[in-house]
Design a protein around this ligand. Sequence first.
Ligand code: ASC
Length: 150
Amino acid sequence: MKKTFLSTLTLAAIALSLPAAAQFAKPEDAIKYRKSAFTLTAAHFGRLGAMATGKAPFDAKVASDNAEIVANLSKLPWAAFGEGTDMGDTKAKAEIWKQAASFKEHSDKFQAEAVKLAAAAKTGKEDAFKAAFTATAGTCKSCHDDFRSK
Ligand code: ASC
């Protein structure tokens, strides 16, 4: 049991540190991976959004659980934006690779705000949750504005 858990952790650590090219056999695989990660992120972020905008009642446990998932998912897509993954079934703009430092800043900002959102949700305070949700949603939007085609 313990050994399995440690192996899983080791594998996860390796997966997060491997260069993108080593993780994905084909560019389509990388594109599919990052789109899957964003699909999951949107689903869990959407549950938070429903509560943040009053479309669903605030439930501290649901908020905390989903925000934790978003914070974890926020780490995943970036390794799948390697060279050669700009073409295909993707809305990714060429600017991602042309302005790589700016794209990295945007992705770092999202990850940082997602961690703060998870922390805010954990307090169980609705106001703190809503403020952190708004801040995080702003990082989604600004990256989409610059780096995702309509
Ligand atoms: C969501 C979602 C996004 C972001 C973005 C925030 O719920 O799916 O892409 O929020 O709309 O502006």
